[in-house]
Design a protein around this ligand. Structure first.
Ligand code: QAP
Ligand code: CO
Length: 168
């Protein structure tokens, strides 16, 4: 297994719309394993393939504290179920060090393929539901900072760009 490099905002590659996976083969399973390693190492609770510069519709999530529930969603289709919108403080491995409130409906139904290419469906609430929506956004080239005020977004962009320059 190997750790993958995570693209950071405002990298334009994070704006790529990911393509559906046509076949879940050994290469996809290896990517999934590497995505889990990268996410757990960070540590994070969710990672989309877009963030590691692979533009395929794959998400990994584990919202547990003890890494006990790894979830893989390939070609996810999400339906936001009705209910009350709630503010959640979101972060993102591609926007390190910044956390902002985003309003979402924390109740979704998700249909996807698992690691074996088997179709499944589940309902999710709370943090898991929010995380699914956040990661699905990545596959569509969208970031949580797109939902906040342009002033805050610009401030975050400038701070990260400065860090990237220092690193280079
Ligand atoms: C998405 O985000 C999420 O800034 C997953 O310095 C987050 O795993 C959905 C992380 C919150 C819903 C609520 C962020 C790690 C991890 C950072 C993450 C950082 C180190 C973010
Ligand atoms: Co993210």
């Amino acid at each position: 297994m190997s750790k993958l490099q995570i693209l950071e905002f405002p990298d334009p590659r994070l704006r790529t719309v990911a393509k559906p996976v046509t076949l879940v083969d050994a290469e996809i399973r290896e990517l999934v394993d590497n995505m889990f390693e990268t996410m757990y190492d960070a540590p994070g609770i969710g990672l989309a393939a877009t963030q590691v510069n692979v533009h395929k519709r794959i998400i990994v999530i584990d919202v547990t504290e003890d890494k006990s529930e790894p979830l893989v969603f390939i070609n996810p289709e999400v339906t936001v179920l009705d209910g009350d919108a709630e503010d959640y403080q979101e972060g993102c491995l591609s926007v390190p060090g910044f956390y902002e409130n985003v309003t979402r409906i924390p109740h979704v139904r998700i249909k996807a393929m698992d690691k074996r290419g088997q179709a499944f469906e589940m309902e999710a609430r709370g943090l898991l539901a929010v995380c699914i929506q956040h990661e699905l956004d990545h596959l569509n080239g969208k970031l949580f900072v797109d939902y906040i005020s342009p002033i805050k977004r610009t401030r975050i962009r400038k701070k990260l760009e400065k860090q990237h320059k220092m690193r280079a």
